[in-house]
Design a binder for this molecule. Structure first.
Ligand SMILES: [Zn+2]
Length: 347
């Protein structure tokens, strides 16, 4: 038994003793958690009890954005040792699956992912994880930043999907945490400038602090008009739809330049109609993103090299003992909050 933050059922969290599975296989490592980020998906399970087909049917430990210290390694593990500072990739595919062999293990139907029912998350002092999905952090990267690698990896996957070329103009629609991560990944990936559009000014103020980011408040100007003005009517090279909101998705063809790319990152709750002809008339390339594959090394390298600074996006850190308060604050959805993190007790 170990203490854990448990989602008992929709709307009910408890911090209690829980039978945590800690069997160490030969290719596993045991990690003492140090920092765990609160993700929108964790909060959604808390407030709605489900995401699409994934329904919380029995008590589940939350949390999947994690960094910590290796405390034990399996017999076959050679590249990690006790004391190593690491972050963990929360999705574990079947390495011999057809998708894994193609390098697209994120869409392996057999993937198990922390805090996605019925798989438990990592808001507990120790977890056992495959060494292959555990990554060393450079000295310059804190545990707090290590726990930001997971959401940043989605931004990175989006930037890679866009196939950005140096000097591209990017647009990100939606300035939630993933929109912000995507904007920073797009800049790191070669965009000369990234326009970020949202209706919440406090969010725009946070991301607007970064060099290379310009903000558009859509309550003051339609995003299509702002992009047309900024690009002499040509449109943006790459457009990232990160809001998941139907009106924004419908608007996306108007933002992209002829021959440009549109990456659908945000997940709408309901099916959304699409103006196919307006996409065809520009021969726009449409890409989609689901989590990430083979991204962690690149993401950690960028953060470690100081090319991407995620620290300003960590809004509040609460101790493990106050995990429920951390989730309640995240559920409030304050426009001034980007990422709430939980600091685990040092054993
Ligand atoms: Zn997450």
């Amino acid at each position: 038994m170990a203490k854990a933050l448990v989602l008992e059922e929709k709307g009910k969290l408890s911090l209690r003793e829980f039978p945590v599975e800690l069997d160490l296989g030969p290719e596993d490592v045991k990690v003492a958690l140090r920092t765990v980020g609160v993700c929108g998906s964790d909060v959604h399970y808390y407030t709605h009890g489900k995401i699409g087909p994934f329904v919380v049917k029995e008590p589940m430990i939350l949390g999947h954005e994690a960094a910590g210290v290796v405390v034990e390694v399996g017999d076959a593990v050679t590249d990690l040792k006790p004391g190593d500072r690491v972050c963990m990739e929360p999705g574990i595919p079947n390495p011999t699956s057809r998708a894994s062999k193609l390098g697209i293990y994120n869409v392996d139907p057999a993937v198990t992912f922390w805090a996605t029912p019925p798989v438990h998350g990592c808001l507990t002092p120790e977890v056992v994880h495959p060494a292959a999905f555990t990554y060393k952090l450079p000295k310059t990267v804190s545990f707090a930043e290590g726990a930001m690698v997971e959401p940043f990896a989605i931004g990175m996957q989006s930037a890679l999907r866009a196939r950005i070329q140096p000097g591209d103009v990017g647009v990100v629609v939606g300035a939630g945490p993933i929109g912000m991560m995507t904007a920073l990944a797009a800049l790191a990936g070669g965009c000369a400038k990234v326009y970020v559009a949202d209706l919440a000014q406090p969010k725009l103020d946070i991301i607007g602090e970064y060099d290379g980011i310009e903000t558009i408040n859509i309550t003051q100007q339609p995003v299509a008009q702002a992009i047309a003005e900024a690009t002499d009517g040509w449109g943006a090279d790459v457009v990232f739809e990160c809001s998941g909101a139907a009106p924004a998705i419908l608007d996306v063809p108007a933002l992209v330049r002829p021959g440009g790319a549109i990456v659908l990152v945000g997940m709408p709750v309901e099916p959304v109609p699409m103006d196919v002809v307006s996409l065809q008339a520009k021969e726009a390339r449409l890409e989609t993103v689901f989590r990430y594959a083979n991204i962690y090394d690149r993401a950690i390298a960028l953060i470690g090299a100081g090319k991407v600074n995620l620290k300003p996006l960590i809004s509040k850190t609460l101790p493990f003992e106050q995990s429920i308060a951390a989730f309640d604050r995240a559920a409030e959805g304050r426009p001034t909050d980007v990422k709430i993190q939980i600091e685990m007790p040092v054993a």
